[in-house]
Write a protein that binds this ligand. Structure first.
Ligand code: IPM
Ligand code: MN
Length: 353
């Protein structure tokens, strides 16, 4: 009997809808081949709903999302809404309420893709960043006193708990054993001494459980430089929420651009359905023009399939993307054309296997 998968879609704002549509097109093709029945439900979160009703992420939507097997997210953000409202109210709120403590961001230069680092090959740019997803300065601790006066005082406090630091570090070590057995901790122990010490001591403690895994440490500023000069030194990188945010944009830049960067918001405990999203934003300037690259959304969907145990279907999608990227240079194609090409390549995946 066909396996049933309940997939929640949150297209969101801007190009989110365009790229999610192409990702589901590809999913439909591989689902057919893998004998999967996909039951989609789409949720209209984002600027339009907020402007019409004032709602960001209603509890009823969260309760519904929790019934799905996995979530595919497009992008959130619109110039008609003040910065921070949609981001904090929807995407960050989802990361908190679903306890997505692992923000998993592969950084991989596919063969055939011309990266900005002309002297680096696809073997040299192949790492995974395990970004902590629930704490750091993102936790929302802070406030403003005497706003708008010359006496204005603001605080923006970073939260780091032993509990959260330990679980993300342990997850990174476990993942490292399935890759090249090397984990690099990125922090700023020379300046952020309180959090740096907690991360370092926890890293050292967890490392004793994984004697076969080599450990390395970089300050975040040096890590930013090494990502551009010697990315091959990194395999598994574990870091906090803000450093991970910044480093993964560098990661996207060195691996073919933000149009290719995929990610997963993961609750490794499996209590909540995990959510997969392209790293790019809503790009309101090109929304509706049909020119956004859906590849990052399609690759995020491949991560979703892998997460729910559909490794074969995930592999077909990844191979389709790899094949398309190999021959893509110089071609001018729109969102739909790329989606069609990927769907077509994915449909042939099974025959090659
Ligand atoms: C990302 C984004 C988000 C973040 C924003 C939109 C809140 O930049 O997913 O990397 O900072 O985490
Ligand atoms: Mn970011």
């Amino acid at each position: 009997m066909a396996r049933q998968l309940k997939i929640a879609l949150i297209p969101g704002d801007g190009i989110g809808g365009d790229v999610v549509r192409e990702a589901t097109k590809v999913l439909d093709v591989v689902a057919g081949l893998a004998d999967l029945t996909i039951d989609y439900t789409s949720y209209d979160l984002g600027a339009a709903r907020y402007l019409a009703t004032g709602e960001l992420l209603p509890d009823s939507v969260v309760a519904d999302l929790k019934k799905s097997d996995a979530i595919l997210f497009g992008a959130i953000g619109d110039p008609s809404v003040a910065p921070g409202i949609l981001e904090r109210g929807i995407i960050l709120q989802l990361r908190f309420v679903m306890d997505y403590y692992l923000n998993l961001r592969p950084v991989r230069l596919f063969p055939g893709v011309r990266g900005i680092l002309a002297d680096k090959s696809s073997q040299e740019i192949d790492m995974v960043v395990c970004r902590e997803g629930t704490e750091g300065p993102y936790a929302g601790a802070g406030g403003t006193l005497r706003m708008g006066t010359s006496g204005e005082v603001v605080t923006e406090v970073a939260i780091h708990t032993h509990f959260a630091v330990e679980r993300i570090i342990r997850d990174a070590f476990e993942r490292a054993t399935k890759r090249r057995n090397k984990v690099t901790l990125v922090a700023k122990t020379n300046v952020l001494v309180h959090s740096g010490s907690l991360w370092m001591r926890t890293f050292e403690a967890v490392s004793t459980e994984f004697p076969g895994v080599e450990t390395d440490y970089c300050h975040v500023d040096a890590a930013a430089m090494y990502m551009l000069t010697t990315p091959e030194r990194f395999d598994l990188v574990v870091t906090d929420n803000l450093f991970g945010d910044i480093l993964t944009d560098i990661g996207a830049a060195i691996s073919g651009g933000i149009g290719l960067a995929a990610s997963g918001n993961i609750d490794p405990s499996g209590k909540n359905p995990s959510m997969f999203e392209p790293v790019h934003g809503s790009a309101p300037d090109i929304a509706g023009k049909g020119i956004a690259d859906p590849t990052a959304a399609v690759l995020s969907m491949a991560m979703l399939l892998e997460h729910v145990g559909e490794d074969e279907a995930a592999g077909w999608v990844q191979s389709a993307v790899a094949e398309d990227l190999l021959t893509r240079s110089g071609q001018q194609r729109g969102t739909r054309e790329i989606g069609d090409a990927l769907a077509d390549l994915a449909s042939r995946g099974q025959m090659k296997a």
